[in-house]
Design a protein around this ligand. Structure first.
Ligand code: GUN
Length: 306
């Protein structure tokens, strides 16, 4: 007889559908008031096949919720100056509420300089240093979509993060670092594993919350998972056989975990749902943290846009 899985499987598809339904209602209200839909500019540079799939899904999700998706697909040999000029044009366009530049960028382009060039008020990825800083200072504005999605998923399943010991495996700007900030904001005690970490296994073994964001299939072993832990698998890896698998050894981990996200159908759909939610936030100008210090923010925005 097959062993029964002990863990509650966190249904990212179902929760994402709920978030998207909320977004749709807000989009309709926005359109009634303003006479136009919220607009999201999605920039895909070059032809990275994985990025093309993600971008297609993002554009499709926009259309389904009534957000106007604007596609910009410069070639992989676009110059830094031309890409920055495009960003400046989008910053200035009143029909564009959100700007997303899909990462990674082709070799030769400076992703940091491009992120710095996006108007922080239109930065629906939450990658501009101003938005990163606001999150670090416990006054989040636009929040990186994947970590924000993990937090929303935990909330929906009433996983109370406050006081829990959390280990994030991976320290990228896109997931690991903002994830650590989100978990701290939620009251967890956070450890981040990175390439300098001596014993990743030991850090995972004592965690009550594990977030795996490494990009290596099955790197977090099932046997490392503490009984009852909440496990969020951000990895999306394609095997030689063509299947999608996460960074966690799923079957074995599910025997020990209290909650676990599947791949696909866990964190992935949440990323897109939170992007849509951020786009409406940007469109309605829900910027409480920015409003608190208008002079400083205005200067930062001018610098970013000039
Ligand atoms: N590449 C991988 N994840 C992301 C994301 O959330 N946003 C962008 N812009 N690029 C990515």
């Amino acid at each position: 007889m097959a062993a029964l899985s002990a863990a509650v499987v966190l249904d990212g598809k179902a929760v994402a559908a709920r978030v998207r339904a909320e977004v749709k209602v807000r989009v309709q209200a926005f359109e009634r008031e303003r006479g136009r839909p919220p607009g999201l500019a999605v920039v895909l540079v070059g032809a990275n096949p994985a990025s093309a799939v993600y971008v297609r899904n993002k554009r499709k999700a926009c259309e389904e919720t009534g957000i106007r998706s604007m596609a910009f697909d410069p070639p992989s040999d676009v110059s830094q100056a031309d890409l920055l000029a495009l960003i400046r044009k989008l910053n200035a366009d009143p029909a564009v509420d959100g700007i997303l530049v899909q990462l990674p960028l082709p070799v030769g382009l400076d992703a940091n300089a491009i992120m710095d060039g996006i108007d922080p008020a239109k930065d629906v990825d939450g990658f501009h240093p101003l938005n990163t800083g606001l999150l670090a200072q416990k006054r989040p504005h636009l929040r990186p979509c994947t970590p924000f999605g993990v937090i929303r998923l935990a909330q929906e399943y009433q996983i109370a993060l406050r006081g829990l010991r959390a280990t994030v495996v991976g320290a990228s700007n896109i997931v690991g670092r903002p994830m650590a900030l989100e978990l701290m904001l939620a009251g967890a005690t956070v450890t981040v594993c990175h390439t300098g970490t001596r014993d990743v296994q030991a850090e995972v073994e004592r965690a009550e919350v594990v977030v795996a964001a490494i990009g290596k299939p099955g790197m977090v072993r099932g046997a490392w998972i503490r009984e009852g832990a909440a496990v969020f698998d951000v990895g999306i890896n394609r095997t030689a056989a063509g299947n999608l698998v996460g960074d966690v050894e799923y079957e074995a981990a599910a025997q020990r975990a209290g909650w676990i996200t599947p791949v696909p159908g866990g964190v992935g759909p949440m990323t897109i749902a939170m992007l849509l939610s951020n786009t409406v936030d940007a469109a309605v100008g829900a910027r409480p943290a920015l409003a608190a210090r208008p002079a400083v923010v205005a200067k930062a925005a001018v610098r970013a846009n000039s």
